[in-house]
Design a protein around this ligand. Sequence first.
Ligand code: SF4
Length: 361
Amino acid sequence: MFLRDETIPVKVGDLTIGGNNELIIQSMCTTKTADVKATVAEIHRLEEAGCQLVRVTVNNQEAADAIKEIKKQINIPLVADIHFDYRLALAAIENGIDKVRINPGNIGKREKVEAVVKACKERGIPIRIGVNAGSLENHLLDKYGYPTPDAMVESAEFHIRILEELDFKDIIVSLKASDVPMAIEAYTKFSEKFNYPLHLGITEAGTLHAGTIKSAAGLGAMLDKGLGSTMRISLSADPVEEVKVARELLKSFGLISNAATLVSCPTCGRLDIDLFSIANEVEEYIQNVKVPIKVSVLGCAVNGPGEAREADIGIAGARGEGMLFRYGEMIRKVPEAELVNELKKEIDVIVESFEKTGEIP
Ligand code: SF4
């Protein structure tokens, strides 16, 4: 199996996907791409949340034309999502796109594929082959009867061979299905055969709550196997939520170096403070902290010090007050009303020091 760090590194703008690089978080705009103002505004919100690569649909000439202006106003690489129309791919490339998501086998005549590949080669732009269980080629549905992991891998291979015949290797592949076991098997089987970097995803995963669980189940299994160089969580929700979920998922596997982690207890009868509000407020606060600190918020002194020992900074509640811990050592007691603010101040001190020295003090 070709694991994350053994895949071919592929450049996308100033990022490198694959090889031993950190996994890249992607999302996709929900705006009409031709509406530059709305698209740029959404991309800025995504950037702020930690999105590193963003895709827009390029479904008409106006969308392709908008790429030039969008590119000027954003800071992360931009991907064009194209179905069938090679002219839109060429226009997107001409206008400065950083990556194209297109399936070469669906473009049509060979000259059209060659034109897209030539344009990508000239500008060093990679192509993502996006296999989707819901839109497999007819020849595969005829062969397999219905979407299966093998059919998905064969579809990817079909598109890969077209690019390889044209000596094009800057390829990233996704094999998405909304069925979790099918997606896991497809990605796993693909990785046993190819070392192109994988873009992970459970497609059409659902709403914020259900889709998060489904994505975590599917992508979690893949990440645990060492698969994936980039990922997108697909939710019927604000795409900023997709980025937040992706960051949380990567934190769970220790695969992200620029995110703070919160440990908080479920509470029980020992609780004497309003822990749910405190945990939510702290979570909100550390959302945009781009430093790998661990913060613990525990309801009482029974487990508080123990958990806090593992954390860089933490609190444990007591009656009407809380204890502030650093690496398990209590540094002071604080009234409940001031607890969150005091914790935030301590977090700020750690973040400031990390930004200066590159190390957690
Ligand atoms: Fe209960 Fe304390 Fe454990 Fe929280 S940390 S679950 S309040 S025992």
